[in-house]
Design a protein around this ligand. Structure first.
Ligand SMILES: Cc1cc2nc3c(=O)[nH]c(=O)nc-3n(C[C@H](O)[C@H](O)[C@H](O)COP(=O)(O)O)c2cc1C
Length: 221
């Protein structure tokens, strides 16, 4: 598979066959992903391969709570956890209805669960002093995550990048032994797909690309 095809057809996989992912394959995926770019080439990522059943179940409990909250807020027409999703009286309050999740329901059985942490001291947050939420730091860890998913796909595996655990970082820090100054960036779920979605719904280039200014004319190529 060439790079363009892989980029255009790597949809999220949340249901996996029972085929295990052996350590050699998992290592090879991470060995590909480590070539991802990062600010200053500081490579601040850390990876935990979560094998222990009780740790998985505990992580799953936290993910489920965040998932339920996310769905409940989105159901009101808001964009859950966005900068505009401020905690006002209209926001749904707990308890939230429990919503099934293929991933969380099967967290014990997902072939590979990887928690991706990042050493915050290694991130040059170019936007940290602006009067808005900083986003640039993530760019030093998410390419690593995406490279892992692309590598997995090239090896016949599928997976999904999730972020719901980040909302529970303080609660899971001791469970995972998260070092000081580190943040949880993502949890990757990997395995052999029950079905690999390849037809992805994405906006066309001219819907998000303009010439000279963000209010310029559409760039149509
Ligand atoms: C930053 C980020 C966070 C995400 N968080 C979650 C998540 O918490 N749970 C989940 O099931 N999927 C998560 N996803 C997967 C997205 O839902 C998925 O990429 C998107 O819906 C596009 O779907 P597709 O890949 O099947 O086309 C996340 C993806 C990204 C890039």
């Amino acid at each position: 598979m060439d790079a363009s095809e892989a980029l255009r057809s790597t949809g999220s996989v949340r249901r996996f066959t029972e085929q295990p992912v052996d350590d050699e394959t998992l290592h090879a995926i991470l060995d590909d992903a480590r070539f991802a770019p990062s600010g200053g080439n500081r490579q601040g990522w850390r990876v935990v391969v979560v094998r222990d059943r009780s740790i998985r179940l505990e992580l799953g409990r936290h993910m489920q709570a965040v998932w339920d909250e996310y769905i409940a807020i989105n159901a009101t027409g808001r964009t859950a956890f966005s900068v505009t999703d401020i905690n006002d009286a209209e926001r749904p309050q707990p308890p939230y209805a429990s919503v099934p999740s293929d991933l969380v329901d099967a967290i014990e059985h997902v072939p590979a669960v990887l928690v991706i942490g990042v050493d915050m001291r290694q991130l040059a947050l170019m936007d940290k002093d602006l009067n808005r939420t900083a986003i640039v730091g993530g760019a030093s860890v998410y390419p690593f995550c995406w490279s892992a998913l692309l590598s997995a796909r090239s090896r016949g595996l599928g997976g999904v990048l999730t972020t719901f655990l980040a909302r529970r970082e303080p609660s899971v820090a001791s469970l995972l032994g998260l070092p000081e100054h580190h943040a949880i960036a993502a949890t990757l779920f990997l395995g052999y797909p029950e079905h690999q979605p390849t037809k992805l719904r994405r906006r066309p280039v001219d819907a998000f690309t303009t010439v000279d200014r963000f209010d310029g004319s559409a760039f149509t190529g």
